[in-house]
Write a protein that binds this ligand. Structure first.
Ligand code: NAI
Length: 255
């Protein structure tokens, strides 16, 4: 637990499920006042939900103003809302490619630029951007997603530099995490039989040096650390929460 997060106002985009939900819960446990901005259904009473599409500027402006007017500060922003779909650049439609970039990259920019003026009037402001291990090692047929996750690293560094020393900005890069997004990916590969989905996720887990996929709460721990005063000299960096996936070269060596 990080004592300094108690009472802080924390915005989490895409906090209705998956990683965002675990992040929102973690900050709520820390005693923060948490607002989820997402388009999904919300079922957790420990934090507040506002229906908001991060690609819609008017929605975002109204939501963030309402938060600031009600709470008087915005201390932490976690850009997390993201989508993924698959196909080579020839197979994926132009609309789909644009949609992924719009949510995953423009959405982070849009939320940040509108939140930052409020954050600069608040104590110890900090942004945490959820990127991915796919900013480093990548899977096939995911060019829009991979591009967005690489770009988030540059975006994170830019905010860190442009707003230092007044505001910190860092990224978290998770590998495979047990969320609806990953279950959907498994389903696309093996169909909707629950046992087949479980087997697929175990197989993905076995490819991580830690021999399992991660839990959303393990990403939330990293986010809480980066937002806390314990990380007061850390800005512009990315913290990998990947069970070692990004460090292993697929080359054998003698014992
Ligand atoms: P998820 O699909 O389980 O949840 C996504 C959330 O984003 C939902 O709350 C949804 O309502 C929200 N959302 C989607 N489009 C939105 C929009 N236009 N406006 C507002 N909210 C919107 O996804 P998951 O797995 O929890 O992923 C969260 C983030 O973590 C994403 O940025 C994803 O790329 C990233 N990530 C996920 C990994 C995984 O293995 N699950 C691995 C690495 C990164």
């Amino acid at each position: 637990m990080y004592g300094d997060l108690s009472g802080k106002v924390v915005i989490v985009t895409g906090g209705s499920m998956g990683i965002g939900k675990a992040i929102a819960r973690r900050f709520a446990e820390e005693g923060s006042r948490v607002i989820d901005l997402s388009i999904g259904r919300h079922d957790d009473a420990s934090y507040t939900h506002m229906d908001c599409d991060v690609t819609k500027t008017d929605d975002l402006k109204a939501s963030l103003k309402a938060v600031y007017d009600q709470y008087g500060s915005i201390n932490v922003l976690v850009n997390n809302a993201g989508i993924e779909s698959y196909g080579s650049i020839e197979k994926m439609s132009e609309e789909e490619w644009r949609r992924i970039i719009e949510v995953n990259l423009f959405g982070y920019y849009n939320t940040s630029r509108i939140a930052i003026p409020y954050m600069l009037k608040s104590e110890n402001p900090s942004i945490v951007n959820i990127s991915s291990v796919q900013a480093s090692v990548i899977t096939k047929n995911a060019s829009a997603y991979v591009t967005s996750k690489h770009a988030i690293i540059g975006f994170t560094k830019s905010i860190a530099l442009d707003y230092a020393p007044d505001l910190r900005c860092n990224a978290v890069c998770p590998a495979t995490i047990d969320t609806p997004l990953v279950r959907k990916a498994a389903e696309l590969e093996v169909g909707n039989n629950e046992n087949d989905i479980k087997r697929k996720m175990l197989e993905w887990g076995s490819q991580h040096p830690m021999k399992r996929i991660g839990q959303p709460s393990e990403v939330a721990s990293a986010v809480a650390f980066l937002a806390s005063k314990e990380a007061s000299f850390i800005t512009g960096t990315c913290l990998y929460v990947d069970g070692g996936l990004s460090i292993r070269a697929p080359i054998s060596t003698p014992e």
